[in-house]
Design a protein around this ligand. Structure first.
Ligand SMILES: *Cc1c(COP(=O)(O)O)cnc(C)c1O
Length: 421
């Protein structure tokens, strides 16, 4: 589908007059409508809950908006727990899915009353030692090994992944935890990332539902929820079909009725921990063209760089680019669109067909609402950008200011030096 920015040139100019580029901007109306569609798709399951993966967009204003739409938070670290707590989200509205967990982090999750998702069988004893007890409900992360396929396509290789535990280990730890006082269990697995397919969740669900039946039969334990985690992908490319959350919800429902209900396990709640699906399409990185150069290729140099959006440099990911005010112009020029890092992989687009671009044009890089700002870094002294919320009524609010050089230096013993900022 043609990718249309949620921002016009006129609106962008109004914002830029107050908040210089580059910045990430989020579309409140879009994210709310999407969260509602997800909720609707799983409304057949009375316990359904989405725990938004905080790492995707760790801004408390965003967490609060999603919370208003019924979402909790999926946290992996101490700082993410603090962020959720500061946004007023705590207790069973938190899923703590961490790995290589430090004591401090485990203790904080336990004290907040979060659902704790154990990445390994040895973490049961770790949890008991660090927290002085075990919670009444615990989630266990599963790794089936082998490869994970949809039809003839191998999506990922769980056997090479560091996460989760084997089925035998899960049964063993369920037995031990029941003796220590745990009464209910959750099951979690994350087997493919950015799966742009309506089949991913239903196939994962079927595998986890069958696993739940086997584990219940082997241990007698009560399984109260199944966490399908993240992984539903988005259509970064205009020619890609987007996932249809209505179909996904319906197909998971079918597997639920086929596998769990006949086994007397129809009380299980379905949880998700989506990050990308919740936010990626509802964020743009807005940037101004600083320079243009012609050598062996045509280059467009932006005031944003890979430190503001790492995915193209790190994964070779496609992000669509729209030049504001030239939405309908012919794409008769071919450019590499770059940032200013001293690294040649700092390219948002390589040999991309775009309209003719001039210095001063404002470009939108699409689908940066998840794993965009959050993967930012300070290499080359590049500073993190501002984040802006485009509200439902069309007004905007800065929800994080841009870093200044003094922020970048703040962790030095700053009095030992004099900076002339
Ligand atoms: C990253 C992550 C998610 C979110 O993944 P998306 O691909 O953004 O949906 C969910 N759960 C866990 C444990 C993760 O590490």
């Amino acid at each position: 589908m043609k990718k249309v920015p949620f921002l016009t040139l006129e609106k962008a100019k109004e914002i830029i007059a107050q908040i210089p580029t580059p910045f990430h901007i989020y579309d409140e109306a879009g994210m709310r409508a999407n969260a509602r569609a997800l909720k609707e798709a799983f409304s057949w399951n009375p316990g359904f809950k989405e725990y938004f993966a905080v790492k995707a967009t760790p801004n408390p204003y965003i967490l609060q908006i999603l919370h208003e739409e019924g979402c909790g938070c999926d946290c992996a670290t101490y700082a993410e727990l603090l962020l959720a707590e500061a946004a007023g989200i705590t207790g069973k509205d938190i899923m703590f899915s961490s790995n290589v967990t430090p004591e401090l982090d485990m203790k904080k999750a336990y004290d907040m009353g979060a659902y704790i998702n154990l990445d390994d069988a040895t973490h049961a004893e770790f949890l008991e030692r660090v927290c002085g007890g075990v919670p009444e409900t615990i989630c266990l992360r599963y790794n089936p090994g082998g490869s994970f396929s949809l039809g003839n396509t191998i999506m990922d290789m769980p056997r090479d992944a560091k996460y989760g535990m084997t089925e035998d280990q899960m049964a063993g730890v369920m037995n031990r935890l029941q003796k220590l006082g745990t009464k209910h269990f959750g099951i979690h697995a994350f087997l493919a990332s950015n799966a742009v397919s309506n089949e991913y969740y239903p196939e994962l669900a079927a595998q986890l539902f069958r696993l739940a039946v086997r584990l219940r039969n082997a241990t007698g334990a009560h399984i109260s929820f199944i966490n399908l985690s993240g992984g539903i992908g988005v259509d970064y490319r205009p020619e890609q079909p987007a996932c249809d959350i209505g179909i996904i919800g319906r197909e998971v429902h079918n597997r639920f009725d086929q596998i769990l209900v006949p086994n007397g396990m129809g009380d299980i709640a379905i949880f998700s921990e989506l990050g990308r699906f919740m936010m990626a399409p509802y964020g743009h990185l807005v940037s101004t063209v600083l320079h243009q150069k012609h050598i062996y290729r045509e280059y467009i140099g932006l005031d944003a760089c890979a430190a503001n959006l790492m995915r193209p440099a790190m994964y070779g990911s496609y992000h669509h680019i729209t030049v504001l005010g030239k939405e309908d112009a012919v794409l008769d020029h071919v450019y590499d669109v770059t940032g200013g890092l001293c690294e040649n992989n700092d390219k948002f687009a390589i040999e991309r067909s775009l309209p003719e671009i001039s210095v001063g044009d404002v470009v939108v890089i699409h689908d940066t609402g998840a794993h965009g700002f959050s993967m930012g870094y300070n290499y080359n002294g590049k500073l993190r950008s501002a984040e802006v919320l485009l509200k439902q009524d069309g007004s905007f609010r800065m929800i994080r200011r841009a870093e200044t050089p003094m922020d970048y230096f703040a962790t030095l013993d700053i009095g030992d030096f004099s900076f002339h900022n």
